[in-house]
Design a protein around this ligand. Sequence first.
Ligand SMILES: [Zn+2]
Length: 162
Amino acid sequence: MKTSTPSSSSADALSKRHYIGTESILSRLQKVRKIGQNRWVACCPAHNDRTPSLQISETQEGKILIKDFGQDCDIGQIMSAIGLNISDLFPENTKSQYYAPTKRARFDAAHILQCLAQDTRFVFMCAKHIATGEPLLDSDQKELLTAYARIERAFAAGGYGQ
Ligand SMILES: [Zn+2]
């Protein structure tokens, strides 16, 4: 009698979920801070990020959304910087629905504001200096442009840009 080797295809497809969970991703990032339910910020691993600009969210379907509001690093660069592949972000069955952040509002206003708290505070301080006729230090001027760029990108990413 012939013993048939079970056809592995369907069983393997189920067990072969090398999908990386949010926790595993967060454990590879620096300065991780939880800012809400299934929402975190961390330093972007793909550029020299001093204040956390990377936003990580997990949707109800278990999809992991990652966006860099600092220098808008490519998701591929971000993943490879922590030794992972883009495909690690998706459960096998949703691989076809490749996630790329679109211009539509993926991040709500409150989420964006939380991320920009430091930048807006800095811009506010500079504005106060300028309004009272105090000159800005060169370093502050540079920082101001960075903060401005971060705010602009965050607005655009949230679908609030022009
Ligand atoms: Zn980055």
